[in-house]
Ligand binder design. Structure first.
Ligand code: COA
Length: 208
């Protein structure tokens, strides 16, 4: 197996990367899109290739981790896109629901937008490698920590984050909205970035 970690989504991989992300994180997306295909159709055109690190196994995309920086995130649909796709009412409740999952901005912190590894590639250290790559980007961007959110029904992901140096902070209860999402709480986790020690990845010569 050849594993490559890239600091972007390759041109041409937008749909495959979005599908990998949407299938792995469908529990969060289901209330908004209902089906994976609808999520992919809506999100793929709004993917920002420079706001993800990706894992290629033997040249094929097998993992993705998104992050937010300089006002851009992994997917960047605007209000007009939501309204065009879902109509005014559909766009309004989806925007309200998405804001519940939104992370507040914190100075000096790089926020992650989710991580996913394809089922057949799991358990080989790819998730760990993607987290390390994100920490390298945070260091290059001068951030002192990386933040992510983990849902209460995903203990495996939480164990991975803890092994990778993330420490749990505040937990937000979703209250009645748990009926919509199917999970009841979201916990913030932070990993401190040592400016001298965080791993760094170099963009390959080809660039995005
Ligand atoms: C969470 C997720 C990204 C982890 O990706 P991964 O590539 O399997 O992660 P890793 O391989 O680095 O580590 C996970 C497991 O493999 C083990 N592992 C790590 N390196 C390994 C290696 N070189 N060889 C074999 N196993 C390894 C770890 O000990 C861990 O074991 P466990 O979870 O079974 O106890 C992946 O399971 C996933 O996409 N899940 C669905 C989406 C999701 O839940 N995302 C997180 C939302 S908060």
């Amino acid at each position: 197996m050849t594993l490559d970690i890239l600091p972007f989504v390759r041109a041409g991989d937008e749909t495959a990367a979005t599908r990998l992300f949407a299938e792995a994180l469908f529990q969060k997306l289901r209330p908004f899109f209902g089906e994976v295909d609808r999520a992919v159709a809506f999100l793929a055109p709004h993917l920002c290739r420079e706001r993800a690190v990706t894992a290629l196994v033997d040249g094929r995309i097998a993992g993705i981790a998104g992050y937010r920086l300089a006002g851009r995130e992994l997917f960047n649909p605007g209000w007009a896109d939501l309204q065009r796709h879902f109509g005014l009412f559909g766009a309004s409740w989806r925007a309200a629901g998405l804001s519940l999952l939104e992370k507040g901005k914190e100075a000096g912190v790089l926020s992650m937008d989710g991580i996913a590894v394809s089922p057949e590639a799991r358990g080989r250290g790819i998730g760990t490698a993607l987290l390390d790559a994100i920490c390298g980007i945070a260091r290059q961007a001068g951030r002192h920590s990386v933040r992510l959110d983990v849902i209460d029904s995903n203990p495996r992901a939480r164990a991975l984050y803890e092994r990778s140096g993330f420490i749990a902070g505040e937990t937000r209860q979703l209250g009645l909205f748990q009926l919509l999402f199917g999970f009841s709480a979201v916990t913030e986790m932070h990993r401190a970035i040592d400016p001298g020690n965080a791993p760094s990845i170099q963009p390959p010569a080809t660039g995005p």
